[in-house]
Structures are given as C-alpha cells and as structure tokens.
Ligand binder design. Structure first.
Ligand SMILES: [Zn+2]
Length: 292
C-alpha cells in the first residue's frame, strides 16, 4: 500500500459508495517551505483530503478544486486534485493577522462569512463548472455534507482527521437513482457514525474498512496512489504575465533585467528576460491572447 492513497468501495445494492483517503508524504511536500499557522495547516490538509475524495468521482481528464474565499485574514485557501491523483494546495494568509490557534475556532471565524467554491476544470479546454455556497457548519466535513445536500440532493457523510504528519478522511455518499435496499443508507450512516476520528489515523486502513463494512455486500477497488503534483508550465505563467497589461510589464522590464515568477503552489521559478517581456508586451498590443 502506498503512503498516500485513495480507496473506493461500492455498495451496489444500496446504490452508495465510500471513499477513503490517506495523505502522508503529500503533506510533507506541500508544507515543506511554508510557514502557515497550525490551524491553517490543518484546514488545508482537510481540504486536500476532500478534493482527493471528490477526485474519485470525476469522469474526465482535469482537476477538481476546492476554495475557501474570504474577506478576512485567511483570504484564500485552495486545494486541487487531478483525476489521476496529483494534489496541490496553498493558503493566502495575512502575516500581520492573529488567527485563532484552534482549527475549530478558525473554521467558526470563516463560517457565515466565507464562500465554499468547488470548480471542475477539464484539461482539454472543455466547459469549466463552478459551484459556490456560503461556508456553513461546524467544520469542513459538515460544509461538504451541506454542499452535496443542497446542490445535488446527495446524502453524504464525511469524517476528516489530521494528525502529526498525516491525515485521513472517509466519505460515504448515496448515488443518484434507486436503491434495491431501502434501509441500506441508514445502515451505512449508522456505521459511519461509529467511526472515531482517531481511528482514521491508525495505519491499517484496510482493517478499518473491513471492521466497518464486513456485513455489507461491497466491491473494494484497488487503492490508487496519490502524489504531490503541480501542472504549472511556462505558458501558463506567460498567460498570467500577459494579464497584467502592457504598462505594468513595461515597468517590470525597466526595473529588472530578468523577471522571475515563482509558482505559488510548487515554488518552481520561471524567468523572463527583456526579449521575452517585449514579446509579451507586443503580443498584447497586437490584440494577442491577453487575459484580463
Ligand atoms: Zn507549480
């Protein structure tokens, strides 16, 4: 079993599914060069668990992204995952601000004020889809449950647990359509309610699934590896630079021989010299692919 993985379980009679996610090295890589306050780290780890879980359900090549957008000191928290398990995430925190120490209080300070945004973005340039709801509940798990109840009427239960250096999450969700087992969902919900968050952090996750669902008819899919991955490219960074407009680019070009742009997610550096910058400015002047 890889250190970071996603495992799907299908309850065909109940017309429901479970998704279990475990993150370990991915968290090390994402947090390696960051100085996020502990509560922000926990909320970001929870967001990474959620997008990894939701990636199990996407049926196209692309990414699913979860964002918490706020006007407060934690202005943006973002996690995304590709259909093949490539995860990344960032938080934008006002360094002067004093954020609550506990993740519960941090969440409470955001609930009612921040928005929860889910974005599906096909990589082949297909239609982008976005859903926005006010952030509500006592934690991110409840916010996701409410989101699915409200937007897709899909009963969903989520448990998230973040420990020292690793994190795990379990989700059960009813799928659209009829069930052959009318009491099945109640049973799954009841089983889910018995899971203590500490249990989720135990190393043997297969045993937990077995213990929980041994009386249910189920199909367990092979575990799929999750990893840190940032899809940034020089072209995308170029697009962002173009979006700044000719004036700002001219300013940058006059101040620095070489402009270096670092990806916020993976810290990779992209360099643009005077020749590059002039080319970008000219492509904007000619009505090129400027992004506003
Ligand atoms: Zn990157």
């Amino acid at each position: 079993m890889p250190s970071d993985f996603l495992q799907r379980v299908l309850f065909e009679d109940v017309n429901a599914r479970a998704v279990l996610v475990r993150l370990d090295q991915v968290l090390d890589e994402i947090f390696a060069e960051t100085t996020y306050p502990p509560a922000v780290q926990i909320l970001l780890a929870e967001s990474l668990l959620v997008v990894a879980m939701l990636s199990a359900g996407i049926k196209f090549d692309g990414r699913i992204s979860l964002q918490l957008q706020s006007s407060g000191s934690l202005s943006l928290l973002m996690a995304d995952c590709s259909e093949d398990g490539g995860l990344r995430g960032i938080a934008q925190v006002d360094e002067q601000a004093e954020l609550p120490d506990s993740p519960q209080l941090l969440f409470a300070s955001l609930a009612g004020e921040a928005n929860l945004v889910l974005i599906l973005e096909p990589s082949g340039g297909g239609q982008r889809w976005q859903g926005i709801v006010p952030l509500e509940g006592e934690g991110l798990n409840e916010a996701i449950e409410a989101y699915f109840q409200r937007s897709e009427q899909l009963p969903t239960r989520v448990k998230l647990s973040v420990g020292a250096g690793h994190a795990s999450g379990l989700m059960i969700q009813q799928m659209p359509g009829q069930s052959d087992d009318p009491d099945g969902w109640n049973r799954l919900e009841h089983l889910m309610a018995t899971v203590h968050v500490d249990e989720l952090l135990e190393p043997d996750m297969e045993r937990l699934l077995e213990k929980l669902f041994h009386q249910e008819t189920r199909r367990v899919f092979p575990a799929r590896e999750l990893r840190f991955d940032c899809p940034c490219t020089r072209e995308r960074v170029l697009g962002v630079l173009q979006g700044l407009g000719a004036d700002e680019l001219q300013d940058m070009a006059s101040q620095q021989e070489v402009v270096e742009v670092r990806c916020q997610f993976c810290n990779r550096a992209y360099q643009f010299d005077q020749f590059d910058l002039n080319a970008i400015i000219q492509s904007g002047d000619e009505g090129g692919p400027t992004v506003h």
